[in-house]
Design a protein around this ligand. Structure first.
Ligand code: PAP
Length: 327
C-alpha cells in the first residue's frame, strides 16, 4: 500500500476489487456475469479497463473516438472512418490499403481492449490521428477526452436489430466458455429489455450521446446504422466534415466517396480472407462472427410479434420526449 500525504492509497487493482464486490450483479442477455456501475452493465474485466483508461488516457486534440452500442455497426464504422482519414495515405482501391489485409477491429482498436492488456500503455507514438473504438457511455469517457477537441462519432441502430445481431453473435461463440452458459432466446430477450446487456441499457447509452450531439455538435456526431444503409455517400460526407477533412470537388469528381463506400461495404469486407478466417484480436471470437447479414430489419426473421410489441413499447417509453427517433 502506498501513502500520499499520510493518506493510504490502495493499489489500483485492490481498489477495483473492493469496488467490484460492492456492485449489483446479474447475468446479461448473452448470459455473461455483469456488474452494474453508474447505471450501465459491464463485464468485470471491461470495467477494470474502463477505470484504467478513465484514469490514464491522455487525449490529443486530433484523436477520434468511435463510440457504439455493441452490435450497432461498430465494425463498419471503424472501417469507414479509417478509410476517410487515411484516404491520402492509402489509395482507396490500392493493393496496399490496410483494410484489405487487417480486420477493422485491429485497425481501430477498442480502448477497452488496449487497457485490458496493459493498464497504463504508452500511446504517444501512435500515428495521428489516433482512432479508438469504445462501447462506453458518454459519462464514462475520460475527462481528458471531454476537455479536448477530440471528435466523437456515435453510431446507434434499431434495438430490435441490435438484439437479434447480439443473439446470433452469442450463438457463434465457442460453447466451452464457462462464463457463457446456454440461454433461451426468451430469457435473453427479457434481460435485454431490462437493459441488462453489455454496456447497456443501449437506449440510455444512445440518449447520452444524442443529448451531447445536440448540445455540442462540433464534438459528437450521432449516426444511425439505418441512415448509413439508406445513403452511405451522404453519411460519408457528414463523417468527413465532422472530422475536419471534407471531400474536395476533385475527390467527389474522382468518385472517392463511392470508392470508400464500396471498400467498406458488407459485401466487400465480409468476403476478404482476413475477415473470413482468423481470430487474432479476440481469441475466443472468429473474425467472421462480426459479419453476419448486415441488413436493416432482420429482426423480422427472429422476433415474435409479442417480442416486437414489448421492445417497441420499451424503447418508446425511453425515447419519447428526447427527439431521438429510430427507423
Ligand atoms: P461489435 O459491436 O461487437 O464490434 P458490430 O460490428 O457492431 O459488433 O456488429 C456486427 C453487426 O454489424 C452485424 O450485424 P448483423 O448481425 O445484423 O448482420 C454485422 O453483419 C454488421 N456489419 C459488419 N460489417 C458491416 C458492414 N460493412 N456493413 C454493414 N453491416 C456490417
Amino acid at each position: 500500500m502506498n501513502s500520499t500525504n499520510g493518506v493510504k492509497v490502495l493499489p489500483e487493482s485492490n481498489e477495483f476489487q473492493k469496488l467490484l464486490l460492492s456492485l449489483p450483479k446479474e447475468r446479461g442477455a448473452m448470459n455473461q456475469p455483469l456488474n452494474l456501475y453508474k447505471g450501465f452493465w459491464y463485464r468485470s474485466h471491461a470495467l477494470e479497463s474502463v477505470m484504467a483508461f478513465q484514469r490514464h488516457f491522455q487525449a490529443q486534440d486530433s484523436d477520434i473516438i468511435l463510440a457504439t452500442a455493441p452490435k450497432a455497426g461498430t465494425t463498419w464504422l471503424k472501417s469507414l472512418v479509417f478509410a476517410v482519414t487515411h484516404r491520402s495515405q492509402y489509395r482507396i482501391t490500392g493493393q496496399n490499403n490496410l483494410l484489405l489485409t487487417t480486420t477493422p477491429h485491429e485497425v481501430v482498436p477498442f480502448l477497452e481492449e488496449i487497457y485490458n492488456h496493459n493498464k497504463s500503455p504508452d500511446l504517444t507514438s501512435t500515428p495521428s490521428p489516433r482512432i479508438f473504438g469504445t462501447h462506453v457511455p458518454y459519462t464514462m469517457l475520460p475527462e481528458s477526452v471531454k476537455a479536448s477537441k477530440c471528435k466523437i462519432i456515435y453510431l446507434f441502430r434499431n434495438p430490435k436489430d441490435i438484439f437479434v445481431s447480439m443473439w446470433h453473435f452469442g450463438r457463434m461463440l465457442p460453447k466451452d466458455i464457462p462464463s457463457l452458459q446456454p440461454i433461451t432466446i426468451e430469457e435473453s430477450f427479457e434481460r435485454f429489455c431490462k437493459g441488462i446487456s453489455l454496456f447497456g441499457p443501449c437506449w440510455d447509452q444512445a440518449l447520452e450521446y444524442w443529448k451531447r450531439s445536440i448540445e455540442k455538435p462540433e464534438e459528437v456526431l450521432f449516426l444511425k446504422y439505418e441512415e448509413l444503409k439508406e445513403d452511405i455517400n451522404k453519411q460519408l460526407k457528414r463523417i468527413a466534415e465532422h472530422l475536419g477533412c471534407p471531400f474536395s470537388y476533385k475527390e467527389e469528381n474522382a468518385e472517392v466517396i463511392e470508392d470508400i463506400a464500396k471498400l467498406c461495404s458488407f459485401q466487400h469486407l465480409s468476403n476478404l480472407e482476413v475477415n473470413k478466417t482468423g481470430k487474432d484480436l479476440f481469441p475466443q471470437v472468429e473474425n467472421r462472427a462480426f459479419f453476419r447479414k448486415g441488413l436493416v430489419g432482420d429482426w423480422k426473421s427472429t422476433l415474435t410479434p409479442s417480442m416486437v410489441e414489448t421492445l417497441d413499447w420499451m424503447v418508446e417509453q425511453k425515447l419519447h420526449d428526447s427527439g431521438l427517433t429510430l427507423n
